[in-house]
Write a protein that binds this ligand. Structure first.
Ligand SMILES: [Zn+2]
Length: 115
């Protein structure tokens, strides 16, 4: 899952297609229009047998603020490898407080970083 996020950040569509289950894999995948991601949070994971799900939030810069994409992704394991099946996504804007961790992923407080 984290490796797929890295592939989005680094814009590696071939890797994303290779880890996408054949039943739902898109014919072509362009990442040209994707935002510049700044951080990833894994909010929840579940696994039972060869099925798994990951709830994550990925943050990106949106003008002077921050946008986020949340997805609950379903994975399936076949021959020892995990493949992405599908996901439910939602998007929104982040409004971090001054003393909250900066959404850029620096680990510093927002007020001492990108505010
Ligand atoms: Zn920052």
């Amino acid at each position: 899952m984290r490796s797929r996020y890295a592939a989005f950040v680094l814009k590696l569509p071939d890797y994303l297609r290779a880890t996408w289950h054949e039943s739902s894999r898109p014919e072509t995948l362009s990442l040209e229009d994707s935002p510049d991601w700044t951080s990833l949070q894994i909010l929840d994971t579940n696994q039972s047998g060869d099925r798994g799900s990951v709830l994550f939030r990925a943050v990106y810069r949106l003008g002077k603020g921050w946008g986020f994409l949340e997805e609950n992704s379903d994975f399936v394991r076949e021959q020892g490898r995990w493949y992405y099946l599908r996901g439910d996504t939602s998007e929104g804007q982040l409004k971090p407080g001054r003393n909250e961790p900066c959404p850029c992923g620096s680990g510093r407080k927002h007020k001492a970083c990108c505010l």
